[in-house]
Ligand binder design. Sequence first.
Ligand code: HEC
Length: 134
Amino acid sequence: MNRNRGSLDAAAQPASSPAIPGFRLRSSMVAVVALALAACSSEPAAPAANSSAVTSIELPAETASLPDSPAGNLLTQRCTACHSPDFLTRQPPLTAEKWKATVVKMREAYHAPIAPAEDDAIVAALLTLQAGAR
Ligand code: HEC
């Protein structure tokens, strides 16, 4: 018992080597405090650097387009305010009735600026493009 207490007392001496647990604990705490201070002091500069970098992103150019034809131009005017040309040309083949229902839905549900008098011309244009014609 006495020998154990003696060795504990020796470990608490400041002049001991760095291998002693008490010394290691204190030096690692100093390191943690130093890291925390470093993080605090560098924090305000980071958001300013990031916000100036975000102002210069470039989006890829839109390359798809509908054919330059009466059918293609009508759909460009009436549909591409909200949809990409790809979205329109990659739809599954629909019947005239289903296209008509879609066009009516665009107007009534999503307020697409399409007059009812144009519906048949738009349906014909959609069928024309889906048949692979212009
Ligand atoms: C004012 C905006 C707007 C316009 C103009 C518009 N659409 Fe849409 N369209 C929408 C919205 C919103 C949806 C739903 C998108 C979703 O569900 O993710 C949609 C969905 C669709 C769909 C997917 C199927 C469905 O019924 O939801 C098709 C096909 C479609 N539109 C075709 C057309 C065609 C053809 C035209 C031109 C005649 C057109 N749209 C014009 C807004 C528009």
